[in-house]
Ligand binder design. Structure first.
Ligand code: TMP
Ligand code: ZN
Length: 404
């Protein structure tokens, strides 16, 4: 029986997705052999942590060739600039503060901290994106973070006033070791904050495409409060973020006697209202995911049968889950348009749909577009105003399949 990575209790399986490729495993040639793993989602009824069953070795995902680059979207760039401003405000009265970011990617956030002349260190295990961060003027150390690395950073730089991480904590299987490192590195009165896709949004919208190999954990206030407690830390605040289809930022401080905001109480109540502390909440989720997949595939088949074509918009990591689980391949999607240079002319993992440059889409007369990058809908709809005005239509699918 599988046990919880956080507390060792027995896990309950919520859902099985079958064999899945690596979400970011875009293929250069169709001859390449793909790594597949049986993807399942599990729930711990002791500490409430939702987590993958099997995982993929981190070396297979976050290596010298990691293809997810943060700075491809203007909205995300703005979001991270906002995070940097919040850190600066918090540190206004601290002398010689020290900021550590775990998983700093291409430096999208930390470059603002560097520009403000604040002592900082980014920890980034993927060498290629770490190089981009360095080019952005950020101090980076290429390694994984744990208690041993925390000890070394502390010896060299002293303790941190702020430790943060965006879309990185959910990636780290041995999260207890990261929290042990945080216990070492975080100053008394300092703050850890991290944000990741929020399981409340995933369940509310049935947006199951957030579930893929890189995301080992799907956090809630319920589970993060328990995790913090195990490491003599305390969840003190929560702030909802409108990115990645709904994320939550958790604020954590050392000790157990800090002031806890009303927002924490309210969010945990909302989580309990949809039974995120109970397997029943997840059973309903599974049923609506299956209904969406059926509806979407039927709609695409109908369009195809009429002799029209459908193209995809945004070769996102998360679309690997949607396309593979719903059984949507090159037979239903002509190609996917993407503006990330290193994805162009590659093929989607598992489903082998060609990825083309945005310019090809602009010159195309496709009328139906499957909005795979649905989390960037606002930005994309603004950009594609003319396409929509001239009769072009986007197909979206969470919380239900709609043409708009
Ligand atoms: P993300 O949701 O994981 O950030 O991935 C978004 C993907 O969509 C990324 O590959 C870039 C692509 N994209 C476009 O092609 N055009 C756009 O306008 C936006 C916002 C994203
Ligand atoms: Zn547990």
């Amino acid at each position: 029986m599988r046990t919880c990575r956080i507390c060792d209790s027995a896990l309950t399986e919520i859902m099985s997705f079958g064999d899945m490729p690596i979400a970011n495993g875009f293929l250069t040639s169709l001859e390449e052999k793909e790594f597949l793993f049986p993807m399942t989602l599990h729930f711990c009824s002791q500490c409430y942590m939702v987590q993958l069953g099997e995982t993929v070795p981190p070396e297979a995902m976050f290596n010298g060739n990691y293809q997810f680059v943060s700075s491809t979207s203007k909205a995300m760039a703005d979001h991270f600039q906002g995070n940097a401003e919040e850190i600066q405000t918090r540190l206004k009265n601290v002398s010689d503060p020290f900021v550590v970011e775990l998983g700093c990617n291409d430096g999208i956030m930390l470059k603002h901290i560097a520009q403000a002349g604040i002592r900082h260190l980014g920890i980034e295990p993927s060498a290629n994106v770490a190089e981009m961060a360095k080019a952005n003027g950020v101090n980076v150390s290429v390694q994984f973070f744990n208690k041993a690395t925390a000890e070394k950073i502390k010896a060299e730089h002293g303790q941190a006033d702020v430790i943060c991480g965006s879309n990185v904590f959910c990636h780290i299987e041995d999260l207890n070791s990261v929290f042990e490192g945080i216990q070492v590195l975080l100053k008394d009165g300092g703050v850890l904050f991290f944000e990741d896709p929020y399981i409340y949004d995933i369940v509310k919208k049935s947006s199951f495409d957030q579930i893929y190999d890189e995301h080992v954990y799907y956090f809630s206030g319920l589970s993060v409060a328990e995790l913090a407690k195990r490491h003599q830390l305390q969840l003190v605040d929560m702030a909802h973020q409108d990115v990645h289809g709904g994320s939550m930022r958790y604020y954590i401080q050392p000790g157990s006697q800090n002031t806890v905001t009303e927002r924490v109480v309210e969010w945990i109540q909302k989580e309990e209202d949809i039974q995120l502390n109970d397997t029943r909440g997840y059973e309903k989720f599974k049923d609506s995911v299956n209904a969406i997949c059926r509806d979407l595939k039927t709609m695409l088949e109908d369009i195809k049968q009429r002799g029209d074509k459908v193209v995809g918009y945004g070769a996102t990591s998360k679309s690997t889950t949607l396309l593979n689980y719903a059984g949507i391949g090159h037979d239903l999607i002509d190609y996917i348009s993407d503006n990330t240079p290193n994805k162009i002319n590659k093929y989607t993992p598992g489903t082998h749909i060609p990825i083309k440059a945005y310019e090809e889409f602009q010159q195309d007369n496709a009328r139906h577009v499957l909005l795979l990058a649905w989390n960037h809908k606002k930005e994309i709809f603004a950009k594609e105003k003319d396409f929509r005005a001239s009769g072009g239509r986007f197909i979206t699918f969470f919380p239900e399949v709609v043409i708009e």
